[in-house]
Design a binder for this molecule. Structure first.
Ligand code: CIR
Length: 253
């Protein structure tokens, strides 16, 4: 169970952050509403939400998931693949140092937290435009000290690995069709999002509920029919910035 989440309030510059999708200009007021709905939902699910101050100079800094990974044993500060985002890491260290011992990824490695899926003691890192082999190796080597098994895979057709694969309980993953056959996922039960609903693979498990983006009825039906309780979250503005539900927080047990 999670007890805390570290989030960062989106700055007004957030609507000018990095994006690869062509969904139009994000509306700041609506983006804030969607962010507050998200943090409010985490609070209702029992989490102590630690909100860090907005950072105007880093438009993407509210995607806190990308700058660190947190396990019960340690927090590892990433070295983000986008140079524009690299300075965000210094801004998260104090918040994490209160809760975990810290380790760091060092150059020339690059790695975004969005490319790291940890399910119990299994760490899967996706190689992407943001995450290179050295980044994956450095993280896996740190986590092996704590008994984590490693897998490193290529990220297919998406910004991050977790755009396409997420856990919905400790044995079950929600995946896009392209990730269904990955060898390292063979031991998991997998639900596949319907064609055309690939964005809905980015869900986040919070204490027995699955938070999912609003407007993906096929995925919602699939989850509910398999016994998962869903909460729909409006994320239109966040998706315009290439973001999803996992990247809005760092969750701590
Ligand atoms: C970026 O391009 O870095 C941000 N605009 C979006 C980051 C989304 N993070 C994630 O999926 N983990």
């Amino acid at each position: 169970m999670y007890t805390r989440a570290i989030v960062r309030r989106p700055a007004s510059s957030s609507v000018r952050g990095l994006t690869t999708v062509d969904l139009g200009q994000a509306d700041y007021k609506l983006l804030i509403e969607q962010y507050e709905n998200y943090t409010g939902t985490l609070e209702r699910l029992g989490l102590n939400v630690i909100e860090l101050a907005a950072l105007e100079e880093y438009p993407d800094a509210y995607f806190t998931e990308d700058v660190a990974i947190v396990t019960p044993e340690i927090a590892v500060i990433m070295r983000p693949g986008a140079t524009e985002r690299r300075g965000e890491t210094a801004q998260i260290i104090d918040a994490l140092a209160n809760h975990r011992r810290l380790d760091f990824i060092n150059e020339p490695a690059t790695i975004d937290g969005g490319d790291v899926l940890i399910v119990k003691k299994h760490c899967i890192v996706g190689l992407s435009e943001r995450t290179n082999q050295q980044g994956a190796e450095q993280l896996c080597t740190i986590l092996e000290n704590y008994g984590y098994k490693r897998d490193i895979v290529n990220v297919p057709e998406a910004l991050h690995f977790k755009s396409s694969v997420n856990f919905i309980d400790s044995r079950t993953l929600l995946v896009t069709q392209t990730c269904y056959w990955l060898d390292c996922l063979a031991l998991y039960k997998k639900l596949v999002v319907p064609e055309g609903e690939e964005y809905a693979a980015n869900v986040v498990w919070i204490n027995g509920k699955v938070l999912m983006p609003a407007g993906y009825p096929g995925t919602q039906r699939l989850l509910e029919e398999n016994g998962f309780q869903t909460i729909e979250m409006p994320v239109s503005e966040i998706s315009k910035m290439d973001g999803g539900l996992t990247c809005l927080s760092l969750r701590l047990t």
